[in-house]
Design a protein around this ligand. Sequence first.
Ligand SMILES: Nc1ncnc2c1ncn2[C@@H]1O[C@H](COP(=O)(O)OP(=O)(O)O)[C@@H](O)[C@H]1O
Ligand SMILES: [Mg+2]
Ligand SMILES: [Zn+2]
Length: 509
Amino acid sequence: MSVARTWAVALVGAEGECVEVEADLSQQTPEFRIIGLGDKALGEAVQRVHNACANSGTPLPRRRLTVNLSPASLPKQGSGFDIAIAVASLATEPGMDAASVASTVHVGELGLDGRLRPVPGVLPAVVAARRAGHRRVVVPHANGPEAALVDGVEVLAAVNLAQVVAWHGGEVEVPDDEPVALADEGAPRPDDLGLDLADVIGQREAVEALIVAAAGGHHLLMCGPPGAGKTMLARRLPGILPALDDRAALTAASIRSLSGSRIVELSRTPPFEAPHHSASVAALVGGGSRVVRPGAIARASEGVLFLDEAGEFPASVLDALRQPLETGTIAIHRAGAHAEYPARFQLVLATNPCPCGDYGIRGGTCVCPPAAIRRYLGRLSGPLLDRMDIELTLTRVSVAQRDAVPVTSTEVARARVAEARARARHRLRSTAWRVNADVPGTWLREGPAAPEPAVRRPLDAALTRGAITLRGYDRVLRVAWSLADIEGRPRLGVDHIGRALYLKKGLAR
Ligand SMILES: Nc1ncnc2c1ncn2[C@@H]1O[C@H](COP(=O)(O)OP(=O)(O)O)[C@@H](O)[C@H]1O
Ligand SMILES: [Mg+2]
Ligand SMILES: [Zn+2]
């Protein structure tokens, strides 16, 4: 045998594409070449594969070996092609079962000692393998539980290359190696599961606004002095959102896998990413030197991105939010590497009203000059503020307050959100949209459920006055629909529009 084939997976953004790995052995001076490669990490595959094979008791044939990865046009980054390259190369000589090799997808990196090393992105890789009709996958031992999340695929979670060769019928002694463990580089998930809205005393208006935001998937800005409960409220948003469906759960888990987190289950809890403003731009936007990895913005996909003390974030990060807010994706460009990840999230921003935090608070002692206050809020650029649906001003709850009881609980609020979402889905059943935040402006203004002129009058007036932009106009309509859905009303009323307008313009500027 002189030509052997097997399969690997290239990751393009959060999705995988199967790559055919073909090895050709010819009667010429010894040489080992890989063509159809992408980045540098892959270029180093030559050395890793060579040494790993030698140290596994299965050295590469000492003749000219050419390995081709196709399609060549597909960008290939990372070290996850090593095992496929090694197996195809070794299969050019008799020993392994060619049919077994040719029908198996191999994902993972090789250490020089021949052990398999875990790689990010195994979940989307195995999903891609199954989608392409493959039924057998080899992954590094530590990635086994992650690969096993995909139904209908036989997974060999191997410790070393010799084990893979033996699995394909090759005769080789399998050493009893210690598996290479996964370095969990991903940020640990904040343990927000125990957080309940019943912990929030008073703040009826804010709690109701949080429920409206959850019902329609609306972006929320909270402005108020330190201690007003902004962080407390934001952290309770994921708890009242509906559980992720299969597609969303898979997307969220795939992105976490690509960012190097250990994946052991397909979590149904919406992601909650709360990066600190001092985090690096790469940690937020994504990046990396050797391999492009998704950042917090992509990891918030299908969930919530919370920027606490939003005005403290570098302008470059706030600017980087514009693309995801428009397109639901984030593109990362690095020298020689490019990736695009899903980034569809609900944005929650929290900010103090001024540098000292007391501006606009009754009994407050703010002495910040007006210019400083304008500059402080101005850090949240106009275009970003224009993309917020609900702007909430909070004040501190005083301990002496008479109505100092919780407004609701997470359980009750979650049920109200679920009901409102069901109504929206029903109304939108003949369209591609699911939640109010998705609905385009033209459909809101001119579609079958467009409000009568008398109902939209306050909104038209605000637009004419220049108090809102046309983008703001559409945002108010979306929020108005969420208010109607929460009340179980099939039509928009003037009161829904009035309240939505108030929620949009709640921030005194
Ligand atoms: N409405 C409230 N009900 C109960 N506790 C509150 C409330 N508002 C503030 N707190 C308490 O004050 C602390 C600070 O709130 P926090 O959410 O961090 O405020 P902010 O983010 O606006 O500065 C909370 O951890 C909580 O203990
Ligand atoms: Mg806070
Ligand atoms: Zn101040």
